[in-house]
Design a binder for this molecule. Structure first.
Ligand code: UDX
Length: 448
């Protein structure tokens, strides 16, 4: 089929390239001229493993093209996919301006019947609202039918996820539209769930909110493990073996970040509030996450007594590995809090150094290698589980510090760190070196 994709961010571009790969003829359109120029010459403007190679291949086979001209992109399209951003607005709710502009543009340009597929994450009811805007701006007497098709792609594995997703959700009341979308995705052999539009919109929010809940839950259990002497990895493994719970998203750490979870949790809370409902569990999820992001700062403050003048090396700045995205990364709040405590903050990330300067306060000194950042540091905070930090060869590098006190916010350093007498290791969810035989609970029992 001939498909136009509006928006060449990680969702739009990955979707475009993957739809081309399964045989469709794709034209991607974006208002950003530089980005379109870059893409036209085969350059991916952000870090996403595997995407560059696939783009090259599809360009060679002439199945993908890029333009800034919406009229040209829509000219022959049978379906128009919208994947523009819905960043958090000042009121905490997603800012729909880009989507509204796209809807108006579609209305003005389409000259034949077309299906509009909305991939952007939008508050419940937005797809119908956008359908109205398109209808109001139509210049030609054509039929435009709108469907919701939320995406579940993780940054860093978006290409893999497109081909190996657990489900494709299609929200529309129109059986014919559902059939056309199912045919577009058919070569992927992924189960398709057909729902009404509002339920499709809700599935996206509820899924992300549930995953965020799993993370905050395991983080609270991890903190309790530290107090009571259990080991979070074993606990999570044991929980995850129960198929009703599932093993994924039970990695304890310094909380979730990124461009989706924080924003989507806020938006769902906002929608509930506006409709007079309350999501008490989700309110707690957000609170717990905010607190968890400060966990290493609290640990360091209690270990050193006073952080003033301490040189602290942050290792990993992106919100997770395999992406250079620093939006809502825990590293941002942690750097600010350390500076507030009077610490001297230095940092290194293997991939996101290009963004680091824009996101971090100017006082944070950036280094091109972990060794340089660690040299002379009093403590290191591991904030992103980049592969580099997980290798056995990384452990000896920690000795470059003045005092090798390491707070591992992702429990990702190689186990050999436990045997290295020169390193004082503080993971999450485990109390090392503390022999807990009884707890205050037992003492109370004995007294009774
Ligand atoms: C997420 C959803 O997974 C995806 O389906 C949706 O479309 C967009 O949002 P993404 O933001 O790319 O994807 O990252 P993800 O891999 O889900 O991780 C989100 C955050 O949770 C990261 O900060 C990560 O470090 C954290 N996390 C994840 C944990 O702390 N523990 C875990 O067990 C898993």
């Amino acid at each position: 089929m001939r498909i136009a994709i509006v928006g060449t961010g990680y969702v739009g571009l990955v979707t475009g390239v993957c739809l081309a790969k399964i045989g469709h003829q794709v034209t991607c359109v974006d208002v950003d001229e530089d980005k379109i120029a870059q893409l036209s010459s085969g350059e991916v403007p952000f870090y996403e493993p595997g995407l560059g190679e696939m783009l090259d291949q599809q360009r060679k086979e002439k199945r993908i093209a890029f333009t800034v001209n919406p009229g040209a992109a829509f000219a022959n399209a049978e379906a128009i996919f919208i994947a523009v951003g819905t960043p958090q607005g000042i009121d905490g709710m997603p800012d729909l301006q880009a989507l509204i502009t796209v809807a108006q543009t579609i209305g003005r340009h389409v000259q034949h019947d077309v299906i509009v597929v909305i991939k952007s994450t939008v508050p419940i009811g937005t797809n119908t609202f956008l359908a109205q805007i398109i209808a109001e701006h139509l210049v030609h007497p054509v039929s435009v039918r709108v469907a919701s098709n939320p995406e579940f792609l993780r940054e860093g594995s978006a290409v893999y996820d497109t081909f190996h997703g657990d489900r494709i959700v299609i929200g529309t009341d129109d059986a014919e539209v559902a059939g056309i979308l199912a045919a577009i995705y058919e070569p992927l052999h992924i189960p398709i769930l057909h729902t009404d539009i509002r339920s499709a919109e809700m599935i996206k929010y509820a899924s992300n909110a549930f995953l965020a809940t799993k993370i905050s839950f395991i983080n609270e259990i991890a903190n309790l493990c530290e107090s009571l002497g259990a080991t979070i990895e074993d606990v999570a493994r044991g929980m995850g073996m129960d198929q009703r719970i599932g093993e994924k998203f039970l990695r304890a750490g310094i909380g979730y970040g990124g461009s989706c979870f924080p924003k989507d949790v806020k938006a769902l809370l906002g929608m509930a509030e506006l409709s007079g409902d309350q999501l008490q569990i989700l309110q707690a999820v957000e609170r717990v996450n905010r607190k968890q992001q400060m966990r290493l700062v609290e640990k360091a403050a209690s270990r050193f007594g006073d952080l003033r003048g301490k040189r602290i090396a942050l290792l990993g700045l992106s919100f997770k590995p395999d992406t250079d995205d620093m939006r809502e990364a825990p590293s941002l709040g942690i750097a600010a809090a350390l500076l507030e405590h009077g610490a001297q903050v230095v940092a290194y990330d293997p991939v996101s150094m290009n963004h680091a300067r824009t996101y971090l306060p100017a006082q944070v000194e950036l280094f091109e290698s972990a060794e340089q950042a660690l040299a002379g540091a009093d403590a290191a905070f591991v904030l992103t589980e980049w592969q580099e930090f997980t290798l056995p060869a990384f452990v000896p590098k920690l000795r470059a510090m003045r005092e090798a006190v390491v707070f591992d916010g992702r429990n990702c350093l190689h186990d050999s760190v436990l045997e290295d007498d020169a390193v004082e290791y503080h993971p999450i969810g485990r109390q090392l070196g503390k022999k807990l035989v009884t707890t205050s609970f037992h003492e109370k029992g004995r007294e009774r």
